[in-house]
Design a protein around this ligand. Sequence first.
Ligand code: FE
Length: 342
Amino acid sequence: MHFSRRMVFGTVITVAVLASGLPAQAQEVLNLYSARHYQTDDALYAGFTEQTGIEINRIEGESDALIERIKSEGANSPADVFITVDAGRLWRAEEAGLFQPVESEVLDKAIPENLRHPDGLWYGFSTRARLIYYDKSKIQPGEIKDYEDLADPKWKGKVCIRSSSNVYNQSLLSALIEAHGEAGAKEWAEGVVGNMARNPVGGDTDQIKGIGAGECEIAVANSYYFARLMTDPEQKALVEKVGWVFPDQDGRGTHVNVSGAGVLKNAPHKEAAVKFLEYLASPEAQRYFAEGNNEYPVIPGVETTAAVKELGTDFKVDPVNVSVYGSNQPVAQRVFDSVGWN
Ligand code: FE
């Protein structure tokens, strides 16, 4: 490509043209469509360019909007790699036929098998845990331990959890479907709806803040939201009021999800795209990638943030392959609808 083009969401691609009008030697590029953007991104991507000489053009946007965009660009899409959060969203891109399988020994070795698509359509590069939070002034440690407890009638009117349109809850329910079958998951969802302190409203942070406001005694939110609150001096009172639980430690383990990426079917720079995924699995990139959002690196020995260390790094993880969060998503939606989980 020997032209300048302004991308709708972000970076400007500029390829130098010589005075003669002939293109300068084409710099190798990688077009990255990302629904994940954090402060550490610049360092993350600069590291790749330094190692490989490949320049990264970033298009940033909301996950479903980027999926629509890649779909509508079709065979002419310049997109090489799509990054998003939650295996449920990776599945939506997969369902739209956007990914191509990657074969890479580097990736197969680095990324645990349960955190990647069985056919190499996408790979998880960091994890987040879906935790239960509680009001320490009302609930004793150990009183609530498992996701299953959220459905116990003992907690009637006390649980804050967000809407069923949210992919994190769709993935959690998909994991429960895997563990208990559709009927068991439905019973659980029914119980949770019966225990809701309020009609679902807001994002994950709002559920935790519901405890601070005295609206609920129990909340459900991803780990990085609480890690973020921990680092915010203005939230000190809230953080001190709230206890947290890594659920299901005596059972199958805590529900974790991934931030992940895959190579797109029509990627014009497939080789660069695979190199980029392999780079994301390297210790240097893992640190930036996980640090950007207080997530857990997927390879051992990589430093986590202070907040994540305080939250906890040593816990039992549900070993289920995260790809079932996608394949069970239609059933999860049906269950949510049938129990009236708004
Ligand atoms: Fe989030």
